[in-house]
Write a protein that binds this ligand. Structure first.
Ligand code: G3P
Ligand code: CA
Length: 239
């Protein structure tokens, strides 16, 4: 059987509200190898964990994330939209998430807001045990991070368009991985990554059959909303 590294996408977001500590705890219980989360910046410069740049979809707040101070964001209910059982589940700061997860599994921080990049860098030294990979669709942001942090593990995200250009960015950045959307994955892409010795982690994969096909094709890992389901089919934790 092929090994497959399983990242819990936004935490175990099929079972708990995405990007909350509840979803991260569920991912730990499910035996995920890593957790992916999305990072924005509050108005007072504090990195916070939420996918959208606005609050309406996943909280009881409204407006732009960047228009609120972290203390205000921490009072929001980021759980009720998912189900009554999660009512009152807070929107976490990145520091709270790292306090829960550092030293327990790999953490993929997807930086959504350009200005959040350097705030993430400022926070990481407080968590020396954290195994962190920083990723972004914004390759200029990643280049900025590389200038400031020569040893920080970076991964290049790509959802459409020219994966060849994205791969060239990954090589120039000395990235540790390439994170394409599943629709982009093809034999030529995997062959090019193999030549460049760049492991490929694909998003988003919840179906075990699809995961098996990808593993056989040489994909190193997947991002899944349902890590418990994938762990049932890929019981061996990948290195
Ligand atoms: O990091 C992979 C994936 O999370 C990127 O897409 O929209 O789910 O943040 P999105
Ligand atoms: Ca993400």
């Amino acid at each position: 059987m092929n090994n497959l590294f399983v990242y819990a996408h936004r935490g175990a977001s099929a079972e708990a509200p995405e990007n909350t500590l509840a979803a991260f705890r569920r991912a730990l219980d499910a035996g995920a190898d890593g957790i992916e989360m999305d990072v924005h910046l509050a108005s007072d410069g504090v990195p916070v964990v939420i996918h959208d740049d606005t609050l309406e979809r996943t909280t009881d707040g409204s407006g732009a994330v960047a228009a609120h101070r972290a203390a205000q964001l921490q009072t929001l209910d980021a759980g009720s939209w998912f189900g009554p059982h999660f009512a009152g589940e807070p929107l976490p700061t990145l520091e709270e998430a790292l306090r829960l997860l550092a030293g327990r599994l790999r953490i993929n921080l997807e930086v959504k807001a350009t200005r959040a990049g350097l705030a993430v860098l400022d926070l990481l030294p407080s968590f020396p045990a954290a195994e962190v990979v920083v990723s972004s669709f914004d390759h200029a942001l990643l280049a900025d991070l590389r200038r400031n942090a020569p040893d920080l593990p970076l991964a290049v995200l790509q959802e459409s368009g020219s994966w060849r250009r994205a791969l060239a960015s990954a090589v120039a950045l000395h990235a540790c991985a390439f994170h394409p959307q599943v629709d982009l994955v093809s034999r030529p892409l995997l062959a090019a990554c193999r030549r460049m010795q760049l492991p490929v982690f694909v998003w988003t994969v919840d179906d075990a059959g699809q995961a098996r096909t990808l593993a056989r094709a040489g994909v190193a890992g997947v991002f899944s909303n349902d890590p418990a389901e994938l762990r049932r089919h890929f019981p061996t934790t990948a290195a």
